[in-house]
Design a binder for this molecule. Structure first.
Ligand SMILES: [Zn+2]
Length: 206
């Protein structure tokens, strides 16, 4: 596994939401305030994550929980109450959360590429092997872990990572030096490259 390079795609901040703002009278961008609002209604609770217009500060509540018993929320209740920034950021990067709220989110995100933590590597590798057992003896892999499911293009990622142009990366891909594997468009993405190209890319970079 020494020949496998691991990267994590980390979004910068939360998704912004595009919506008609009553304050501005037109479509604007709303951003995550990292504040939750809890409302008790008899024995049932509602929890929202509050977004805010970037221009006028008008707020918009996204539903986290609707009419649920407190016992269903469990230990997260304290985190909502204390406006836990990590939890707020998790929701702010959860595409399914915005889909449930029928909120329009930005299609492009800024992100950083970071090294995957050592302890995560084994776990992620097992996940890859379970999905694609033909990869288990491949030593020439670039693995991208994309927990926030950001829509990123492989050629763009590689170009940024190695300081090359997209055209250069695409040419290398077509010439057979690099095969972009399919089926990993989600949380895990694996790029198979030839020994030659991998050595060249890393020698060039380091
Ligand atoms: Zn506004």
């Amino acid at each position: 596994m020494d020949c496998i390079k691991w990267y994590e795609i980390v979004p910068k901040g939360s998704y912004r939401v595009r919506r008609n703002c009553a304050g501005c009278g037109k479509k604007t961008w709303y951003q995550n305030t990292h504040c939750f609002r809890i409302n008790a209604n008899g024995t049932k609770l509602d929890v929202w994550l509050i977004y805010q217009c970037e221009v006028c500060g008008h707020t918009y509540n996204l539903t986290v929980w609707e009419r649920v018993r407190a016992s269903a929320i469990g230990s997260d209740y304290e985190r909502y109450q204390s406006n836990d920034p990590i939890l707020a950021e998790q929701y702010g990067n959860d595409r399914a959360f915005f889909e449930r709220n029928r909120a329009e989110i930005e299609s492009r995100r800024e992100y950083d590429i970071k090294e995957v933590k050592e302890e995560q590597k084994i776990e992620l590798f097992q996940e890859i092997i379970q999905k694609r057992n033909d990869l288990d003896n491949q030593k020439k892999l670039l693995c991208y872990y994309n927990p926030a499911l950001l829509p990123v293009r492989v050629d763009k990622l590689l170009a940024e990572l190695f300081g090359k142009s997209r055209a250069w990366i695409q040419k290398a891909g077509k010439s057979g030096d690099m095969v972009i594997s399919e089926g990993f468009a989600g949380k895990l993405m694996v790029v198979l490259v030839s020994e030659h190209l991998l050595e060249y890319l890393f020698a060039d970079k380091e």
